[in-house]
Design a protein around this ligand. Structure first.
Ligand code: ADP
Length: 599
């Protein structure tokens, strides 16, 4: 239907409307002609009434039993149906035109007046119902009213001539109204179809954009996975090399190599963040957040960067509480603060929270280079940077603000930006306020996770968990097996690497018969031939049989949203490739100690 030319669609609607009226008035016409015939016969006693009524009834019934238009008729046949209904109403117009020739010559003025009222009423109804088809409108009203006018004029006396003139003016006015309404109707139909076509095009565009976005997510995920695999091996070999060369002059280059590898890993992690946010696998956990507790670690993180650039960093305490996800809010603010420091050469950066009715505004202000008005929307796009045509990586990836925007949507915290070129920028995050009764809230809600997190990692007074002594690694890639065992052994960990589930099961059995159990099972997520590392890991670590459990740590280069979702739901600790050595050891220690009985 959408492909049918516009004029055909309009004509189809016109034909449909005329046929609808035609069908709806069938019974009324039959009743009316009977009543009209009876009235005329009673008034005039003219026997011609009978053939007049019979003629009309025959026409009505004949037309009732001939085929009529129905909605299943193709739009391309509309012109044919329009011609057909036009011919029918012309015939009816001529049949109606007989009435004045039968009844006016009787010279009964009241009857003539009644006839005029009936015929003019009929004319008004015809204009109303036939206005969609101009030919039908003229074809019906002209013979009908023409018959009346001529029959009146034929009497030649002044009163009949006056009535004929009056009927002529009436017909003219009615036809004018009919033509105007026909135009209005056609225009509104064209507008409706154009709007519908526009809506269809818009829906197609939206679908195409969504498809492109999904494809981009998939592309990012697979590109990221393919890059992570070799980079993971490089990171492991490099870390082992760095460890071996520690304290020797050649160690300097190993250190440099590792810094580059870590920077590359960090870039991949940022892409992973975007793909996780797009995939909807990040679910905010909203809770009461004390902003001072959130600002403190931010202040610690960025003060060194500020000092290095000789900028003044002021993070002001406010005593305010908001409802948010502390971890995600921390991420949002760090991106804004990082940018503020990065794009400011003189002056400083101020972070503060202010209460505004039911809301709290967190503002990050800087005295930096500012943002031109025409850039203010584009800077939130992925990989968009105002002035980095050479894509100098040290100046960022152009992704920080797009993460801020995604988090803002996810958390429902609008972000506003004001900036003047050369004068500085001002980003504002708007959050729902909570009543600032710290003591009451502290009892109601668990203490703020963001405030806790940094402390958890370096909790003073408590020894860091020990590294596992014996580790079984399951990875189908020989390079990773070699690199990982090399690295672990260089740190005095007894590591055994196997390529598949059978070999791992055999190693576990051997270990238990030797009474030298493994302290940790590290398993790659994507094993050879599409075998699922999570399932294998869960089986081997004894979780599915309910037997003695070996701590399990999953390592993955996966970034595809559904797989990430599965890993998250399993609750198994996971590391993303490439794994930096310190996070590898930290997670190994944590995973091993978390499940070791008695710890
Ligand atoms: P990146 O900082 O990695 O380039 P972002 O997405 O964080 O990417 O920012 C996009 C662009 O917005 C930056 O390239 C920079 O030009 C501009 N921008 C962001 N924050 C500021 C700021 N506080 N002052 C000036 N320009 C900024």
């Amino acid at each position: 239907m959408a492909d049918t030319p516009l004029n055909q669609r309009v004509l189809r609607e016109h034909v449909a409307s005329v046929y609808f009226n035609y069908n709806a008035t069938f019974l009324a016409r039959v009743v009316f002609v009977l009543v009209f015939g009876a009235f005329m016969y009673l008034q005039l006693g003219d026997p011609m009434v009978l053939p007049f009524v019979v003629l009309h009834l025959t026409l009505y019934l004949g037309m009732y039993f001939t085929p009529r238009w129905s909605p299943s008729v193709p739009a391309t046949d509309s012109a044919w149906w329009a011609r057909r209904i036009t011919r029918i109403v012309i015939l009816l117009g001529f049949a109606d035109a007989l009435a004045p020739w039968i009844f006016v010559p009787a010279g009964n003025l009241p009857v003539t007046a009644a006839l005029m009222v009936v015929m003019m009423g009929n004319c008004a109804r015809a204009v109303q119902s036939l206005r969609p088809l101009k030919a039908a409108l003229f074809g019906h009203t002209l013979p009908m009213m023409g018959g009346l006018i001529i029959a009146l004029a034929w009497q030649r006396d002044s009163i009949h001539l006056f009535l004929a003139a009056f009927a002529t003016i009436y017909l003219f006015l009615m036809l004018r109204v009919g033509v105007q309404e026909h135009r209005l109707l056609a225009d509104s139909l064209i507008l409706r179809f154009e709007k519908e076509a526009l809506a269809v095009r818009l829906a197609e565009q939206i679908a195409a954009t969504e498809r492109a976005s999904r494809e981009k997510t998939r592309f990012l995920a697979s590109a990221s996975h393919d890059l992570r695999q070799p980079l993971h091996a490089i990171a492991l070999f490099g870390a082992a090399l760095e460890n071996e060369l520690r304290g020797r002059p050649e160690g300097v280059n190993a250190g440099r190599l590792m810094r580059a590898v870590n920077a590359l890993g960090a870039s991949l992690d940022i892409m992973l963040d975007i793909s996780r946010l797009d995939a909807g696998v990040v679910t905010p956990v909203l809770q009461a957040v004390q902003l001072d507790a959130l600002f403190l670690p931010l202040n610690h993180t960025f003060s060194a960067q500020a000092e290095q650039k000789q900028l003044q960093l002021r993070v002001r305490a406010s005593g305010l509480w908001v409802r948010s996800d502390p971890q995600l809010l921390h991420r949002m603010l760090s991106n804004l603060m990082d940018n503020a420091l990065k794009y400011t050469a003189h002056g400083g950066v101020t972070v503060r929270a202010r209460e505004r009715g039911e809301f709290v505004w967190i503002e990050v202000r800087d005295t930096g280079i500012g943002i031109a008005p025409e850039q203010s929307n584009r800077i939130f796009e992925e990989f968009y940077q105002v002035d980095n045509p050479g894509r100098d990586r040290s100046r960022g990836l152009g992704i920080g603000l797009s993460i801020v925007q995604r988090l803002s949507r996810l958390l429902g915290h609008p972000v506003q930006m004001h900036s003047r070129l050369g004068r500085g920028s001002h980003f504002r995050v708007v959050l729902p306020a909570l009543v600032p009764q710290a003591s009451a809230l502290a009892g109601l809600f668990p203490p703020d996770a963001a405030a806790q997190r940094p402390q958890q990692e370096h909790r003073p007074g408590r020894a860091a968990p020990a590294l596992p002594a014996r580790v079984l690694l399951l990875d189908d890639e020989s390079e990773i097996r070699e690199a990982m065992t090399g690295l672990l052994r260089s740190h005095s960990i007894d590591a055994l690497a196997v390529a598949d589930e059978a070999a791992a099961a055999a190693a576990l059995e051997q270990a238990s018969s030797d009474e030298r159990p493994f302290d940790l099972l590290m398993c790659d997520y994507r094993l050879a031939d599409g075998v699922d590392g999570l399932d294998v890991g869960l089986r081997l670590s004894g979780r599915r049989q309910g037997g003695p459990r070996i701590p399990l740590l999953l390592i993955t280069g996966e970034t595809s949203p559904d797989r990430l979702q599965r890993v998250r739901e399993s609750g198994v600790p996971v590391l993303f490739k490439p794994v930096a050595t310190d996070s590898l050891f930290r997670m190994m220690a944590r995973a091993a100690s978390a499940e070791r009985p008695g710890t």
